[in-house]
Design a protein. Structure first.
Length: 407
């Protein structure tokens, strides 16, 4: 199914959303499990008698050292990296062909004295998956992971009494697909609901956001695809958050452009009309000495276009600094506010979910484009020619007759 959807025009890639949990001996950012206390012997005995749950010191140690591992073949396509919530500070990201490689946070690296090239171990503990007399028992093989990259979180996640250790961004680990396969292999011996074949969530990327709805429609109507038990949804939240200031600037610019062009057209037409009418006597004299009306019109049109060309040259020279100043002002107005977080971290479904809520830094073009210059030239010259043409129509034969009688 993935290959079929990738064959559609406009679809440029995909990302398989997976995650797993593991135990590590690293020192983590403390969460809700660190605030818990183990049950005493009497409570444990009663819980066992009633076939309920209990929390020994070893059980608590399992939960306090549990981390979330997100596997990927291309770390740059992971949503957290893709939306800019986290960025690589040192080293590199996970890439195709990696074997037991990991990317960890700056906080985790500094807290445990780790750097690029160092190795740490993750493993599967029995207590992660079921109540046990031996919660610290390791299932399968321990997995040594080499650190190839260290990421920086571009937002701050507040502490909460209900946030467990594996839901803090500082404790998250990004690893390769071989690591995920080994964790699943370890879990087969302990997890009664082991993950089966297939994936729960796949994200596809489109080249043009404007074609998103059309591509979704083609997928839904494709008879060769079995969409039973599948849910299709559009996730454009990150794009909308990034595009919001540009949309506002575009609306403001279009209104300003419309008002400017309308005002320019009206003023230019009136000026040309007065200019042509002011030269009516001159036109009559030229006509009286045998110069044709068409030649007189051509002379006035040429003079108008020459003046327009000179005005355009001056306008283009002044437009550069003015455009740079306006663009800079807009960038400052719509710049991300320091007191407002650009990302929101939530722990819905017992897993960390990061959403983009604010735009990135707004960057606008500060140079006048060739297309804009050509459009302006055509508009000004067109209005000039039209103004001269309409104004020249006021010079009628009867006006020439009146002038000749006065002579």
């Amino acid at each position: 199914m993935i290959d079929k959807i990738l064959s559609l025009d406009g679809v440029k890639g995909y990302f398989i959303s997976l995650h797993d949990i593991a135990w590590t001996s690293l020192e983590l950012r403390k969460g809700s499990w660190s605030a818990q206390k183990p049950d005493d012997e009497e409570q444990i005995a009663f819980a066992k008698k009633m076939e309920g749950g209990w929390m020994t010191e070893e059980e608590l140690m399992v939960w306090q050292k549990q981390v979330r591992i997100d596997p990927c073949s291309d770390g740059g396509l992971h949503p957290n990296f893709r939306m800019g919530a986290i960025t690589i500070a040192r080293g590199r990201n996970i890439k195709e062909g990696d074997h037991y490689k990991a990317v960890i946070s700056e906080w985790l690296a500094e807290k445990n004295g780790l750097s690029i090239g160092d190795t740490f171990t993750v493993e599967t503990k029995e207590g992660m998956w079921r109540m046990s007399e031996e919660p610290m028992k390791t299932w399968g093989e321990r997995i040594p992971l080499e650190i190839v990259g260290i990421f920086r979180a571009n937002f701050s996640q507040k502490s909460s009494e209900s946030t467990s250790e594996d839901c803090y961004i500082e404790n998250m680990i990004y690893a390769d697909m071989d690591t995920y396969a080994k964790l699943e292999e370890n879990e087969k011996g302990v997890n009664l609901v082991a993950a089966g074949d297939g994936y729960k969530k796949v994200e596809f990327f489109v080249e043009d956001p404007g074609e998103l709805d059309a591509i979704m429609q083609r997928v839904e109507n494709w008879e060769e695809l079995d969409l039973n038990n599948l849910e299709l949804e559009v996730d454009s939240s990150a794009y909308q958050a990034s595009a919001r200031p540009y949309q506002r600037i575009r609306i403001f610019a279009m209104l300003l452009l419309g008002a400017g062009l309308a005002g320019l057209g009206v003023i230019l037409s009136l000026v040309l009309k007065l200019w042509v009418q002011g030269r009516q006597q001159e036109a009559c004299i030229l006509f009286s000495v045998g110069i044709k009306k068409r030649e007189i019109f051509g002379q006035m049109l040429t003079e108008s276009l020459i003046v327009s060309a000179a005005s355009l040259i001056l306008a283009f020279v002044l437009a550069g600094p003015l455009l740079s100043g306006c663009a800079g002002a807009m960038e400052r107005i719509y710049a991300p506010k320091e007191e407002i977080e650009a990302y929101e971290a939530a722990t819905g479904g017992y897993h960390l979910e990061i959403k983009k809520t604010s735009s990135d830094e707004v960057v606008l073009e500060k140079e006048l484009s060739i297309g804009t210059m050509c459009f302006t030239m055509l508009f000004v010259c067109g209005v000039s020619a039209l103004g001269v043409c309409l104004s020249f129509r006021s010079i009628q034969s009867q006006e020439l007759g009146k002038f000749m009688r006065l002579m």
